[in-house]
Design a protein. Structure first.
Length: 265
């Protein structure tokens, strides 16, 4: 069964919840609640990566994320935490207070990030993204999205290994919704087995726009049922990790799905 990473967005402009965990106290409370709901780990980020989101300075992102990680680990010392960041300084600070995984939507494009991860011996998630959150919507053009995303991730993995990151600590994420339109997201979900050759596959489909496009549900927070459906599809295709907002609902669905023989062999 895939691991569930509960999403904690320490941002005032999150697409999914409108900033409900924007304060340190609120984010800690949300993280602890997700752990109580059955999350195997938490994925904590301090900069929105929704299309068109404004960038955040390294100092601001660090101030948002580090106290939340430290606070959660004070309350739950054995909690597993991933930091969702593109900045080497934020990753270093998060690792210093107890995060174990760096989840970088740029696929470790910054050499400084690769150096930080290699020196720390951190587990790393390499995600596929074209451009930036400000420009990616215009770059969702592919001849064969599965092969193009696969090749790009394979290249980023090779670069990471060449700079000292242990291949056994790499995971990949095809980046649903990041420079992807609805047909691209569906093609990637249907072809996740292809990406398992590169390492454990992470999937973040929860509440995303393509679910709204399929269901007609415009409010992200109301896309729970569609998100659970995407999670089951990803689990059936062999995803190792699911990043989700709705941990309890996803956990319940996975338990039943597994009992019915729905998971990948």
């Amino acid at each position: 069964m895939p691991a569930l990473y509960g999403i904690v967005n320490v941002t005032p402009d999150s697409f999914s919840d409108g900033g409900l965990a924007a304060t340190t106290e609120g984010a800690i409370e949300r993280g602890l609640a997700l752990l109580d709901d059955g999350a195997d780990a938490l994925d904590i980020g301090g900069e929105s990566t929704r299309p068109g989101a404004a960038p955040v300075s390294e100092a601001e992102e660090r101030a948002r994320v580090v106290p939340v990680i430290a606070g959660i680990l004070r309350a739950r010392p054995t909690a597993a935490i991933s930091v969702d960041t593109t900045k080497a300084g934020v990753a270093q600070a998060a690792l210093d207070v107890g995060a174990a995984v760096v989840n970088d939507v740029t696929g470790l494009c910054d050499p400084a990030m690769r150096r930080v991860c290699a020196a720390a011996g951190a587990h790393v998630v390499i995600m596929h993204l074209r451009g930036t959150p400000q420009t990616m919507s215009a770059l969702a053009v592919y001849s064969d999205v599965v092969e193009e995303v696969y090749d790009a991730l394979a290249d980023r993995c090779a670069v990471a290994c060449a700079e000292g990151i242990d291949a056994a600590k790499l995971a990949v994420d095809p980046g649903l919704g990041f420079a992807k339109e609805l047909p691209h997201n569906l093609a990637l979900l249907k072809s996740l087995a292809r990406f398992r050759a590169l390492g454990p596959v992470w999937i973040g489909a929860s509440r995303k726009r393509f679910i709204g496009a399929l269901t007609g549900v415009t409010a992200p927070a109301e896309r729970q049922a569609g998100s659970v459906g995407a999670a089951l599809a990803a689990a059936r295709a062999g995803a190792a990790v699911l990043r989700v907002h709705d941990v309890a609902a996803t956990r319940q669905a996975l338990v039943v799905f597994a009992a019915c023989g729905g998971l990948a062999p």
